[in-house]
Design a protein around this ligand. Structure first.
Ligand code: SF4
Length: 439
């Protein structure tokens, strides 16, 4: 028998009258009745015992990754995964029409007042850039994500012109093409709907910003109800699109119960599977005091049939770390991530379509994973979080790592253990009815 050892990324999580033995590397798990936990612990500590007493269960422990070959270096595997994710052949280009950015302390996307229209020069540069990028890199996919507060004009101008150009470039080069949109409200005139239907629209992220309602002399109920009505219209028009609803509000004052009740009245269960909802705090997001409140909300959303796409939503690496990911604004400035626009753009796109980088501000360690620090390398959540937790901030000067005492998993701001429990509970049906029923 091969020499085996227990994975360093195993969890034992109480779940009703069972214990979930979960492995962070494979994201697979075995639910075990509590009365048998000791035996499983014994097998994990002494795999030889398991091979003598229950060879079949030993196989299960190996296939779930709870037991691994002694020669495996799991940290090296994580580094390889990071490299694969970093070099994935999908180019994600975020095009911001206004001045939106993710507040570093708030972990939310804000869309400011509309910026100036994109000039002909910038439109030309972006189209040239797409042509060049697709030819110069071995890509299988291009994803354009449009961000803008008011898309009334841009839909028939910038969005139409650049997206249609991108579609034709992708078709010529045999590359998959996808479009995403992030905004407060999508204009729904006939020609807008016709355009969106022609484009390979994959996702619509709709922001509900309750923090500004007082300025507009509106009650929360009015704003929420208009938002849900608009979302309903969009879901009916685009039934196959993934909807991500981003709610910015103070968690303590937001009437979540009323929100979810209104949502449930509008959306029958089959429609909910394509809708994911995230509630972000106005105060520094992912505050630990509010984590239990977020966990309760998340559970309720999940139980009502939303946020079902856990697999897609578990974090991988940040787009800043990806080789093929940029964000451009309407002036042609380029950054690695929208979050950086508030500080300084690192480059700009030229009329020849290449990106001219400002070498004085660009970080030269772009391919060093965020998790290459003592804290993350010794953390058991590493394969799940890949060093992305919001409280960890790389302090550029001196390369010091500042971290709070615990990390909360993005994008929900809940503990990794809670995220795993929700993930497992979504998979539990499979264990009852599927191939793994012996457990
Ligand atoms: S960011 Fe936090 S949870 Fe994530 S790997 Fe690093 S220490 Fe662990």
């Amino acid at each position: 028998m091969k020499e085996l050892k227990e994975s360093r990324y195993n969890y034992r999580l109480p779940y009703d009258d069972q214990v979930l033995f979960f492995n962070g590397m494979t994201r697979r798990f075995i639910p075990v009745p509590r009365s048998l936990q000791e035996i499983v612990d014994l097998f994990l500590a002494d795999p030889n015992k398991a091979s003598q007493e229950s060879p079949r269960f030993l196989e299960k422990l190996q296939s779930t990754g709870l037991l691994i070959d002694k020669s495996i270096n799991e940290l090296e595997l994580i580094r390889e995964r990071h490299q694969q994710a970093r070099n994935v052949a999908s180019y994600q280009l975020i095009l911001t029409l206004d001045e939106p950015f993710v507040h570093s302390k708030h972990a939310k996307i804000s869309l400011m007042e509309p910026h100036s229209n994109m000039s002909e020069r910038v439109k030309h540069s972006i189209k040239k850039h797409l042509e060049r990028y697709v030819i110069e890199h071995p890509l299988t996919q291009l994803r354009l994500e449009w961000l803008g507060v008011d898309l009334h004009q841009p839909l028939q101008n910038e969005i139409k012109e650049i997206s249609e150009h991108a579609a034709s470039v992708c078709q010529t080069n045999n590359i998959d093409f996808q479009v995403g949109i992030t905004t407060h409200e999508l204009p729904l005139q006939e020609q807008d709907v016709a355009l969106l239907r022609r484009l390979p629209l994959r996702s619509i992220r709709l922001i509900l910003d309750l923090s500004t309602r007082k300025k507009r002399n509106l009650t929360e109920k009015e704003v929420v109800s208009a938002y849900i009505t608009h979302t309903k219209q969009l879901v009916s028009l685009f039934p196959d699109v993934l909807f991500i609803l981003l709610i910015h509000s103070n968690l303590n004052s937001f009437n979540f119960q009323s929100f979810i009740q209104l949502m449930n009245e509008q959306f029958p269960e089959p429609e909910r599977k394509n809708i994911s909802i995230f509630v972000h705090d106005e105060l520094p997001a992912f505050r630990h005091d509010d984590a239990p409140m977020r966990e309760t909300m998340l559970q309720q959303l999940y139980q009502s049939g939303y946020n079902k796409q856990w697999e897609n939503l578990l974090p991988m690496i940040c787009s800043e770390e990806k080789q093929h990911a940029y964000a451009m604004n309407s002036e042609g400035s380029v950054g690695k991530c929208v979050a950086n626009f508030s500080h300084a753009a690192l480059g700009y796109v030229t009329t020849h379509g290449n990106v001219f980088w400002d070498e004085t501000t660009i970080r030269m360690d772009g391919d060093i994973p965020h998790f290459e620090n003592v804290r993350c390398l010794s953390c058991k959540h590493l394969p799940l979080c890949m060093g992305q937790c919001i409280p960890i901030k790389r302090v550029t000067e001196g390369n010091v790592i500042a971290a709070s005492s615990d990390c909360l998993l993005p994008p929900w701001g809940i503990s990794p253990e809670s995220a795993i429990l929700n993930y497992c509970s979504a998979k539990m049906e499979h264990y009852v009815n599927g191939d793994d029923s012996e457990f």
